[in-house]
Design a protein around this ligand. Structure first.
Ligand code: NDP
Length: 255
């Protein structure tokens, strides 16, 4: 199989949750590969700062401020992209959250925030991307940043609705694949499921006690760049090849 990113050079990719962690690394990788990247986040100033650091690379990063739990923000971000940069060819549904609470004592707002972002935000962004791709005969690619917790519930406390949200992403990947097949579309969909990755969601969480930090420091861990490489690999496949599911774990991961 010949892998190449050539057909994406100069094309527009939207990356949600591009202000930190995995999304930031994916945005950087796609810019390196020559894509025009729209990095969506609430902290768009961080994406702007990153864009400056990436100046001189083959592609370009544009920051768009949007809350992916708000449908109107997602619609505006897609509208801005079409008007200012052109038609979206790639969507990376990366924005995600995990609230440290439980099913037995957690509050509804925390669960809702997780489900609104990790599931509904992903669905709305996907629908908007497919709309543009279908209307313009673009054989685009949609990649969901899922999780190993979207396939097996890890035996870890305080996960509450997070695994359920990621199991939903697993189902949504296959449901979208089937819908696109029924439509006779060549748009691809891929789920990338990482294990433990260094980010604000994990090691860099501000609320960690020194004990938790010390415990996490002992665990095998991936970098955002490792996940970004998986995304580039899935995008590089020939037009007839679809990576459906790609799981990546650090060597030695226990859960
Ligand atoms: P980070 O917390 O570092 O990044 C999360 C990103 O999502 C940030 O850019 C954040 O930007 C954005 N985000 C959060 N809430 C919203 C919102 N309401 N609207 C728009 N953007 C939002 O975490 P990770 O990089 O680890 O997480 C990225 C994805 O990877 C998630 O889907 C996560 O579930 C998944 N994942 C992570 C793993 C890990 O071990 N780290 C393992 C497996 C999967 P901002 O706050 O500026 O809005």
């Amino acid at each position: 199989m010949v892998l190449s990113m050539d057909r994406w050079v100069g094309k527009v990719a939207i990356v949600t949750g591009a202000s930190s962690g995995i999304g930031k690394a994916i945005a950087a990788s796609l810019v390196e590969q020559g894509l025009i990247v729209v990095g969506i986040a609430r902290r768009s100033e961080l994406v702007e700062e990153h864009s400056k650091q990436l100046s001189g690379k083959k592609g370009k990063l544009h920051a768009v401020k949007a809350d992916v739990t708000k449908e109107e923000d997602i619609l505006k971000a897609f509208e801005w992209t079409s008007k200012k940069l052109g038609l979206v060819h790639i969507l990376i549904n990366n924005a995600g959250t995990h609230k440290r609470t439980t099913l037995t004592e957690g509050n509804t707002e925390d669960w809702k925030a997780t489900l609104d972002l990790n599931v509904l935000g992903l669905c709305i962004a996907t629908r908007e991307a497919v709309k543009v791709m279908k209307a313009n005969n673009i054989n685009g690619h949609i990649i969901h940043i899922n999780s190993v917790a979207g396939h097996t519930v890890p035996n870890v406390r305080h996960l509450n609705v997070y695994p359920a949200a990621k199991f939903a992403v697993t189902a949504l990947t296959e449901t979208l694949r089937q819908e696109l097949t029924h439509l006779g579309s060549k748009i691809k969909v891929t789920s990338v499921s990482p294990g433990f990755v260094e980010s604000e969601l994990t090691t860099q969480r501000k609320t960690h006690t020194p004990e938790v930090k010390a415990m996490l420091a002992q665990m095998p861990i991936l970098k955002g760049e490792d996940v970004a490489d998986c995304v580039v690999y899935a995008l590089s496949t020939p037009e007839h090849v679809q990576i459906h599911e790609l799981t990546i774990k650090p060597v030695g991961e226990k859960v």
